[in-house]
Design a protein around this ligand. Structure first.
Ligand code: FAD
Length: 486
């Protein structure tokens, strides 16, 4: 990565103590900041949000010589379990032995095709081209990925499956080793601009309700994630999606996005809330079979397939909304389940106990257990297996994903329904990860990365691209924040 090559290793000189002037918080309901101890101006770069993008930015800024603070609103790091997500990267080292033809151009085209016209091709180009560097970086830091690549929520099998510790775990440990300080229970509620429109500080609320003002010497990085768990924001920006439950974690609460909007940042594609089939989030487990699109089919309550499993997410969502009851079953066989991680296999067994997943020795018995017409499911499975053999699917599944006949008992089913998955819209940024204002001008000293941004996935993301986006633009934001002129 060009921006990463010329990083100065020199540590910035630390200035030390807080400012002396008292300032009144402007957000309604917040108390006055008055005490000297409420100020922190001893960091070069302040990162709001301790997820994949936040720690990628923090570590990159530290590697570029900056003294960095991460402010995370939750009292601890995000759940490591959900941190083990798939990452889409063109990777000839893994793809060539598996016979998967791929290229940067194909990844670029796939992402833009799914995203639609509102995506910024320059941002997509950067994400795709820098992804191999990001992969090498995170592997060197200690992440381990399976040698097998999968097609998860995307057209092409280029998603890397972590088989060890997750991104946040690995990045946060490396960041701590590089001298980054992380402050938990710091909910960033306001972004303040100063001379020349520069983003000069943020206000964070602590667990006890007191307010702190953080004044970085160089720049701010916003990495607070999306707003998928904020029902009020979903209702405001995408009212038609407000009826869906969210599969997002509590941290995806979106207020940082609104704080940036109040500070003059432009938003893009905020109505593009993505829903995907998921198991019941209340069960707290991942009870579904759609990790690899080549290894399962999806059928409705009549036992019929109704959409190509590798279609774009918006097409799948539309097809789901036309099915009776708007739910479906994902059907796989023993080889499907055994190809998934031990964690997922364990979840599927747990899901059987609570009636979210089903297992049977024959397709007929499975149909009986899930309550779909027996003959219909039998016909569906037989027809699909024929499609795998002929590499031709009437619903249009790509031949590369027609590779797995459902033959090996026991057969499995998982009940899925549409849930809010992620929010591809957000802050408008440029290729330097600078936040843009309403007129397309960069706001000085303000950077953003990850799901808080928009314009990369347009209106529809590809599976695996979101983690890639968070890592790549996190690295860019952090490196550039560390170099920002004072
Ligand atoms: C169930 C599920 C499965 C997924 N699977 C995949 C997958 O396999 N591949 C893929 O590419 N993508 C996947 N995604 C999407 C992907 O996980 C996210 O897009 C990605 O994690 C975003 O990273 P981020 O760092 O931008 O945000 P996050 O990881 O959400 O981190 C943001 C952090 O900021 C903190 N924060 C929020 N507001 C504030 C504030 N005001 N002040 C301070 N801190 C704040 C949050 O607590 C959080 O820790 C999945 C999403 C879900 C819900």
């Amino acid at each position: 990565m060009g921006t990463r090559m010329h990083i100065s290793r020199r540590r910035a000189i630390v200035a030390g103590l807080g400012a002396t002037a008292a300032v009144v918080a402007t957000v309604a309901g917040l108390q006055t900041i008055s005490k000297k101890s409420d100020y922190r101006n001893d960091y070069d770069v302040v990162v709001a949000g301790g997820g994949v993008a936040g720690f990628a930015a923090a570590l990159s800024a530290a590697e570029a010589g900056a003294r960095v603070a991460v402010l995370e609103k939750l009292p601890a790091l995000a759940n490591a379990y959900f941190d083990a997500r798939n990452m889409a990267v063109v990777d000839p080292l893994r793809e060539t032995p598996l016979g998967i033809p791929d290229s940067l151009e194909r990844h670029y085209r796939d992402t833009l095709d799914a995203a639609g016209p509102t995506a910024d091709p320059a941002l997509v180009r950067i994400m795709v081209e820098e992804a191999p560097t990001a992969l090498l970086w995170i592997e060197r830091l200690g992440m381990v990925f399976s040698p097998t690549l999968i097609n998860s929520g995307s057209h092409w099998p280029r998603s890397h499956v972590p088989i060890g510790p997750g991104y946040v775990q690995v990045l946060s440990k490396a960041a701590a080793r590089a001298g980054v300080d992380t402050f938990f229970s710091r909910d960033v509620v306001e972004i303040r601009r100063g001379k020349g429109g520069r983003a000069e500080s943020v206000v964070a609320r602590t667990e006890g309700g007191t307010l702190e003002r953080w004044i970085p010497k160089k720049a701010l990085v916003l990495a607070g994630g999306g707003f998928g768990s904020n029902h009020e924001m979903i209702s405001r920006f995408a009212p038609a999606k407000a009826r869906f439950e969210s599969a997002n974690e509590a941290g995806s609460s979106g207020e940082l996005l609104l704080a940036a909007e109040r500070a003059g940042a432009a938003l893009v594609d905020m109505d593009a809330v993505e829903v995907v089939p998921r198991s019941n989030p209340k069960a707290g487990i991942q009870a579904y079979l759609h990790i690899n699109n080549a290894r399962y089919i999806v059928v409705n309550s009549l036992g019929k397939r109704f959409v190509a499993e590798d279609a774009h997410r918006n097409k799948i969502a539309e097809a789901f909304s036309r099915q009776p009851g708007e739910f479906a079953f994902e059907i796989g066989d023993d080889r499907t389940v055994k190809s998934y991680s031990m964690l997922m296999q364990a979840d599927l067994w747990k899901a059987i106990e609570i009636g979210e997943a089903f297992k049977a020795d024959t397709v007929e018995e499975l149909a009986h257990k899930i309550g779909v017409p027996v003959a219909s499911l039998r016909r569906t499975v037989d027809a699909y297996n024929r499609s795998v053999r002929t590499k031709r699917d009437p619903l249009g599944k790509l031949p590369i994903n027609l590779s797995h006949e459902l033959r090996q008992p026991p057969f499995w089913a998982a009940r899925v329904q549409q849930r809010i998955h992620l929010t591809p819209g957000g802050l408008r940024i440029n290729t330097e990860a600078r936040v843009l204002d309403q007129f397309g001008r960069p706001i000085p000293a303000l950077f953003a990365a990850g799901e808080i941004t928009g314009g990369i996935h347009g209106r529809n993301s590809l599976g695996g691209d979101s983690v890639t986006d968070a890592l790549v633009f996190g690295m860019i934001a952090g490196t550039n924040a560390a170099r920002e002129k004072v």
